[in-house]
Design a protein around this ligand. Structure first.
Ligand code: CO
Ligand code: CO
Length: 364
């Protein structure tokens, strides 16, 4: 079944007459068109039965024609004219009155919301984020292949970075090395820079790289996500620069065992929170529970963070084709931190790691 057919089935089931989309990952998923939100109104409306419509700035038409994977009627508007005429055509074209439209609560701005209300004034607009998440959570072969390529490129870049890592190099220099290696290997545009944090700075899970030189005897955490064809891989490894102390070694071994326990817990049918529990049990059992500061993982795909979230309280059953991270960590003020992150695909047999780099402590 095509993505549009699956969407229509879901809309029908939810009692929605159409779905409105703004530029972002959901639009990319359903139409193939990768766009960022801008000040110029862009709005897709995918109705239950009729041809989907895309209202867009005239200057985006060539890109849309090149990239659209879906048969859509284009309603362009020019800078001189403004979007009102196109909005009127949208209204005449779809004639939705008194019905329920789904939209993205997390992505739609007032700009698009008001435009939607102008086009369909007596329709109800309700959140469709859950419905879209359900569609996107189940990855197909092509999506998984892109994620595998992204993981391979990201790991190759990380290996190159580790080969160059030495005392005196700053966190920022190490981060740039990784970025450069991934770009060279064919990784595509990426948002945030890599996290590279060493020594005591590693005690904060989302610290950004600084100009502080990395010293001998420190743990270094390197964490980054990059994508191929829009699909992300996300990996973290923590390495030691020279010999480390017994406490650092102890937390490394615990996080490694937690990562293994989390990965091994994965199988279709179990609630997502069971994976979090499996990883957390190892760390809490050794008395380090309060130092595991975050959930065990997050879904991965067209976004670096998307459902399913691997967290206590999420009883969503895992299913074949879901992809998410398992990334336990321990963070101790003054001492530093350890995190080991892998990308897991749910298979009929259990969980397969798309990230394949070794997890035993590397001492550089
Ligand atoms: Co990460
Ligand atoms: Co992550």
């Amino acid at each position: 079944m095509s993505r549009l057919e699956r969407l229509r089935q879901a809309l029908d089931g939810a009692g929605l007459a159409a779905l409105a989309l703004v530029p972002g990952p959901n639009l990319r998923y359903l139409t193939g068109l990768a766009m960022h939100p801008s000040e110029r109104l862009t709005l897709a409306v995918l109705p239950l039965a009729e041809t989907p419509v895309l209202l867009l700035p005239a200057l985006e038409v060539p890109r849309a024609r090149e990239r659209l994977a879906l048969d859509m009627e284009l309603l362009p508007w020019s800078d001189e004219q403004g979007p009102d005429v196109a909005l009127r055509r949208l209204r005449e074209r779809l004639r939705l009155a008194g019905e329920c439209l789904g939209a993205e609560e997390q992505a739609m701005r007032l700009l698009e919301y008001h435009a939607l209300q102008r086009a369909f004034p007596i329709c109800h607009v309700v959140p469709a984020d859950g419905l879209l998440a359900t569609l996107r959570m189940h990855k197909d072969e092509e999506e998984i292949a892109a994620m595998r390529r992204a993981a391979a490129i990201l790991e190759q870049g990380l290996q190159e970075t580790l080969q160059r890592l030495r005392p005196g190099m700053t966190e920022r220099e190490a981060a740039r090395t990784w970025q450069w290696a991934v770009a060279e290997a064919g990784g595509e545009a990426f948002g945030d820079a890599p996290i590279v944090v060493a020594g005591p700075r590693g005690a904060s899970p989302h610290n950004v790289p600084s100009d502080r030189p990395i010293e001998r005897g420190e743990l270094v955490t390197l964490d980054w996500a990059a994508h191929v064809g829009g699909y992300y891989a996300d990996i973290t490894r923590t390495v030691a620069l020279g010999e480390i102390g017994p406490e650092q070694r102890r937390i490394y071994d615990l996080v490694l065992r937690a990562n293994e326990a989390g990965r091994q817990a994965v199988r279709p049918g179990i609630p997502a929170q069971e994976v979090d529990r499996a990883a957390r049990r190892v760390i809490a059992g050794a008395g380090y529970g309060p130092y595991f500061l975050h959930r065990t993982g997050h879904g991965l795909g067209l976004e670096v963070h998307e459902p399913p979230y691997i967290v206590e309280g999420n009883d969503l059953p895992l299913a074949v084709g879901m992809t998410f991270t398992v990334e336990p960590g321990i963070y101790i003020e003054g001492l530093g931190g350890v995190r080991i992150e892998d990308d897991i695909l749910v298979t009929p047999e259990g969980g397969e790691s798309l990230t394949t780099m070794g997890r035993e402590l590397i001492v550089l």
